[in-house]
Design a binder for this molecule. Sequence first.
Ligand code: KIV
Ligand code: ZN
Length: 510
Amino acid sequence: MSDKLIIFDTTLRDGEQSPGASMTKDEKIRIAKVLEKMHVDVIEAGFAIASSGDFEAVQAVANTIQDSTICSLARALDKDIDRAGEALKGANSSCIHTFIATSDIHMKMKLNMTPEQVVKQAVHAVKRARNWTDNVEFSPEDAGRSDEDFLCRIIEAAIEAGATTINIPDTVGYNIPHQFGETIKSLIERVPNSDKAIFSAHCHNDLGLAVANSLSAVLNGARQVECTINGLGERAGNTSLEELVMAVRTRQDIFACDTGIDATHILSASRLVSSVTGFIVQPNKAIVGANAFAHEAGIHQDGVLKHRETYEIMRAEDVGWNANSLVMGKHSGRNAFKVRMQELGVEFDSDDALNSTFKSFKELADKKHEIFDEDLQALVSESQNEEHESIQLVALKVSSQTGEQNSARIVLSIDAKEVSATANTSGAVDATFSAINSLVDVEVNLQLYSVSNVTQGTDALGEVNVRLESDGRIVNGQGADTDIIIASAKAYVNALNKILVITDRAHPQV
Ligand code: KIV
Ligand code: ZN
């Protein structure tokens, strides 16, 4: 019997720390439901003290999810821990994850504390967290650059104080696989009470080594890995859940443990996270990229057709590819639509919300006769966004002609009042954005604009992502339509709405 490898997903917390990737409460619930379906053991739902919105999101996930443990991050401060404990009250199974930095550079430059003070604060934090729950994780932040003797000292004290999981973060993605593995092994050997806690790895991908470092940790005794869907996360991201899970599963000849993940939900989780955050998955990304299981014509394809294992080490269907995601067409009824949405983890708050998304579905089905799960997910993201937006796209007319300037006439509803503008510039998208800018009183810088197709074919929905910066705040906006200029306008309006409502939230590591 091999050991259980615990999967701790931090898409909703560390993933959310990516620029512009912040998620609403409803989006977090949708993602958490898919993670639960996938049998993720622990879902880190957020940093409860960051803002009242963050608190409510952690609370809502804790109240909704039944099977996974729900965790909130907390600095080693009383107010953070109590806020996390409050938010998690409704969870079937809860965990508080508290942390304090332990590297010389962080202690000196960030905390301005001595190592003695850091140990004392860590012990106090773990004890306080234990008053809320029996499941307490302690992380020595920047462990990857911390002195090993000091790590042994603080870890022993944290376990003594009641920590049940010791998470070793390579916060800045500095470690190299054999070295990170040796650190884990050495800590487990040297800390006298290490048998009383589970050791966990939390790796960042600055050198592209997060998955490799996590696997090395597992080979050296870690029995929990912290990861995110699509490897989303601060800077270059975190360990990618799908890559880690499939590496351990595919190489059972090497690993003495396995996860309990139902991998058939991996692809839908990947698509959902990508559509909610606007972080597109590159085509050659392992497991979930469009090319991950696509074979170039010729010799490889011939080999695969003759005998699949010639060139394939995993089966595409095991991670959710080739699953029949063709769901409906223009004759599908409201009830069938509602049931399919429930299967995708989407619940409507009211009949009005259901009716309006169903109307958008019917409109789409008129333009595109095959509707896939991905199309439905794009529709939901859009209608959930629109419900709360003060700026709405009412109409857009664009004219383009070779050798001529492009003209865009836009009608927006701003706080329920219709306004319109026209702009003429050299590109259709540029003219559309200029016309919108002339109606909205905020200074923004466009940092990113990208278009991708949600499914195959020229009638597919085009999904546009824009990233806007205003006063140092960054947001991502998404829009989908079979017309990519309209999708662009929707994405831009979505981002502007986010800029208008964005509130200050504390960042856990600053
Ligand atoms: O990367 C890191 O160190 C973290 C901690 C908060 C665990 O995310
Ligand atoms: Zn992190």
